[in-house]
Design a protein around this ligand. Structure first.
Ligand SMILES: N[C@@H](CCC(=O)N[C@@H](CS)C(=O)NCC(=O)O)C(=O)O
Length: 314
C-alpha cells in the first residue's frame, strides 16, 4: 500500500547572488501608485468585498510593524477564526517575500512567493510586493495592501463577529485617534526610520521623536490607554513602533535614550506587552538585533515567544 503525503510548498533559500536584491521595477514615469490595491471591506455588503467570515486571508510578516497593526486588530477583536493569517519569511532576495520552513507555508494558495499573489491579481505587476496583503478567496485576487485602511476595516467591518464589548475604532473616539496619529505618525511611526541616518534631516527626526515621546509620556501620566478606556487603533499603531524601538531602531543607542527614560510610556508599553493579543502577535526574535532587549521589560519576558500557525516554535 502506498501513502501519499502532500508536502507544503516552500521557496528555495534566500539567494541574493542568484536572484539579486529586492527592488521595485516600475518605470519612474509610470503614474500609477506603487501601492495600488486599495479595496475596502464593508460591513453592509455595499462594495465588492463584504465582511464574510472565512473569505479573506492576510499575508503578514512577523518583522513588519505595518503588518502587525492588522494582525493585532484581528487578535484584539478575536477574529482569528474569521480572517486567516500566514507569515512570510523574515528575509528576502530579489524575488521578494517568500514562504519558507521558518514560518510555514501559504495555507490558502500554496504560493511560494508573495509575488505570486500579485501576479495572479495583475499579471506583470511591478509595484510594491508588501506585507500586509489581504487576499480574497472568492474572487482569487488581492483586496488590498494598504495597511492603513486594512487595519480600520478589520476594526470596523466585522461587528457581528468580534469579541463582545471590544471596539478598537469607536465612533466617539475616531477624531481623537486621528488627531493623535497626525503627530505620532510622522514623528514616531515614520520618524524612527528617518532618525537613524546622518545629517540634519536625521537630527531633526531624532529631536521630533523624543519630543513626541515626552508628549506621550505626559499624556500617559495617569496610566490607562491612549484614548478612552480600552485598546484602540491608537494603542495598536503606537505599540508596533514601541516594541521595536529599543531592540531594532535604537539597538545601538544612536537614536537617543531608551524607552525606560520615559517612565509613563515605559509602564504603558510593559502593560500592553502583557495583554494576550499583544503577546501573541509580537515575535521579538523576528526584529531584534542580537542580544538586544526592550528596556521596559524584564529579560525573562522574551523567553515566551508566540509560535507560528504551524506550531513551529522557532
Ligand atoms: N512602507 C509602506 C508600508 C508597508 C511596508 O513597507 N511593508 C514592508 C515590510 S515592513 C514591505 O513589505 N515592503 C516591501 C515593499 O514595500 O516593497 C508604507 O509606509 O506605506
Amino acid at each position: 500500500m502506498t501513502t501519499t503525503t502532500t508536502r507544503p510548498n516552500f521557496a528555495s533559500p534566500v539567494d541574493t547572488e542568484r536572484h539579486g536584491t529586492y527592488r521595485i521595477t516600475q518605470a519612474p514615469d509610470d503614474p500609477r501608485p506603487l501601492y495600488r490595491f486599495t479595496g475596502r471591506l464593508t460591513a453592509d455588503g455595499s462594495g465588492p468585498y463584504p465582511a464574510v467570515p472565512g473569505r479573506y486571508h492576510l499575508y503578514a510578516g512577523w518583522f513588519c510593524p505595518w503588518a502587525q497593526r492588522v494582525v493585532l486588530e484581528i487578535a484584539v477583536n478575536g477574529l482569528q477564526d474569521v480572517i486567516g493569517v500566514s507569515y512570510v519569511d523574515d528575509a528576502r532576495d530579489g524575488r521578494g517575500w517568500a514562504f519558507r520552513e521558518t514560518h510555514g507555508p501559504d495555507p490558502v494558495n500554496g504560493f511560494t512567493l508573495l509575488r505570486d499573489a500579485y501576479e495572479a491579481t495583475e499579471p506583470g505587476f511591478d509595484g510594491h510586493v508588501s506585507v500586509p496583503t489581504l487576499w480574497d478567496t472568492q474572487t482569487n485576487r488581492i483586496v488590498s495592501n494598504d495597511y492603513r485602511t486594512l487595519g480600520l476595516d478589520v476594526a470596523t467591518a466585522f461587528t457581528g463577529f468580534r469579541h463582545p464589548g471590544v471596539d478598537t475604532y469607536p465612533a466617539e473616539h475616531r477624531a481623537e485617534i486621528e488627531e493623535l496619529d497626525a503627530w505620532v505618525g510622522p514623528a514616531v511611526n515614520q520618524g524612527v526610520g528617518r532618525a537613524g541616518g546622518d545629517g540634519p534631516v536625521a537630527e531633526q527626526a531624532r529631536a521630533d521623536l523624543h519630543a513626541a515621546f515626552r508628549r506621550l509620556d505626559e499624556r500617559l501620566v495617569d496610566g490607562g490607554f491612549l484614548v478612552g478606556h480600552g485598546v484602540t487603533e491608537a494603542d495598536i499603531r503606537l505599540w508596533v513602533t514601541l516594541a521595536r524601538y529599543d531592540v531594532q531602531g535604537n539597538a545601538s543607542g544612536r537614536l537617543g535614550p531608551p524607552l525606560s527614560a520615559y517612565p509613563n510610556l515605559a509602564r504603558y508599553a510593559a502593560y500592553l506587552a502583557e495583554l494576550p493579543a499583544f503577546r501573541a502577535t509580537t515575535r521579538w526574535s523576528s526584529f531584534s538585533a542580537p542580544g538586544a532587549r526592550p528596556s521596559f521589560l524584564a529579560p525573562s519576558f522574551l523567553a515566551n515567544e508566540p509560535t507560528d500557525p504551524t506550531g513551529d516554535p522557532r
